[in-house]
Ligand binder design. Structure first.
Ligand SMILES: NC(=O)c1ccc[n+]([C@@H]2O[C@H](COP(=O)([O-])OP(=O)(O)OC[C@H]3O[C@@H](n4cnc5c(N)ncnc54)[C@H](OP(=O)(O)O)[C@@H]3O)[C@@H](O)[C@H]2O)c1
Length: 268
């Protein structure tokens, strides 16, 4: 694992083809466009109007999207839909070796899929911006950008892509996909799970909120803004998540047990 905040990589204007133009892709696209990169997009839903507004060429047709000479194909689809998305992608339409980058919130799974479906001469960069439309709404400075150069030959394109995040002041963190998934199961997955539990409990702000409770209400609200597909993908496609769910359950039982024991002691 290595952390850096600046790297002297050559920056160049990239033609970035975004696959999956949902919530997170739209958020990333705004900064990429502001930096001068040329974006194209394709998605299951028709985003022609939104894209026209943002100055992005939108392709309904996957063939034409892939023929559009992208330097980078950026995969922003949900974790669960990744195989389906690749099945419907006519990769033979690509005119030359291209850098594929993904931003999925789990990392071993897309790395394995990309290595399996892409021809050997295509580069693969797996990334996870550890922020979203809410936490990154006032800029990306000091927010973490995790990446793993899984298979890189064209350093210029790869460095220019990484530079998008570096130049916004992100905390750049190079780590393996495996290490990411271990840590994310213990941190992000647990956070989302607790947020979902609080949402099931329908917790609401009260007139006597403590700061701690205020933080829980905020956590609940932020968690449910993400789709259930995203949350379940964190579990289904991170092999370390199941253990963390069991740890959480066990911890809950232990705390409950301690409270009941105390109650019984008091009664005696
Ligand atoms: N939200 C965040 O803060 C955040 C942060 C870091 C990384 N990420 C990652 O970024 C990716 C996108 O996240 P998100 O927040 O936008 O929400 P998401 O629910 O995880 O993904 C929505 C995207 O997936 C596409 N999609 C879903 N089901 C599909 C299917 N069956 N076939 C084809 N496309 C399908 C949607 O396409 P349509 O819009 O065309 O329906 C949309 O582009 C995810 O992999 C997520 O893990 C998200």
């Amino acid at each position: 694992m290595s952390v850096s905040s600046s790297r002297s990589a050559p920056s160049r204007i990239l033609r970035i083809g975004v696959v999956g133009f949902g919530n997170f892709a739209q958020f990333l696209a705004k900064t990429m466009i502001r930096q001068g990169h040329v974006l194209r997009a394709t998605s299951r839903t028709d985003y022609s109007e939104l894209c026209a507004h943002l100055g992005i060429l939108f392709f309904r047709d996957a063939d034409r999207f892939l023929e559009a000479e992208n330097d980078v194909v950026l995969i922003c689809t949900s974790i669960l839909s990744l195989p389906e998305v690749f099945q419907s992608m006519p990769l033979h339409r690509l005119k030359r070796p291209t850098l594929f980058v993904d931003v999925l919130s789990v990392k071993e799974y897309p790395r394995n899929v990309l290595l399996q479906v892409l021809p050997e001469e295509f580069d693969v960069l797996c990334t996870h911006p550890m922020f979203g439309p809410e936490s990154g709404k006032n800029g990306w400075k000091d927010l973490t950008f995790m990446y793993d150069r899984v298979r890189i030959r064209d350093e210029t394109i790869c460095s220019s892509f990484i530079q998008i995040f570096e130049s916004e002041g992100c905390r750049m963190l190079e780590m393996s996909c495996e290490e990411h998934d271990k840590e994310a199961a213990r941190s992000q997955f647990v956070t989302h799970t607790i947020g979902r539990i609080l949402s099931e409990m329908e917790i609401q702000s009260t007139s006597i909120n403590t700061e701690g409770f205020e933080a829980l209400v905020q956590l609940k609200e932020n968690t449910v803004k993400d789709s259930f597909d995203l949350f379940s993908g964190l579990f289904v496609h991170n092999r370390f998540a199941q253990q963390e769910l069991e740890n959480l359950e066990l911890a809950f039982k232990k705390v409950k047990q301690k409270l009941l024991e105390k109650m019984n002691e008091e009664k005696d």
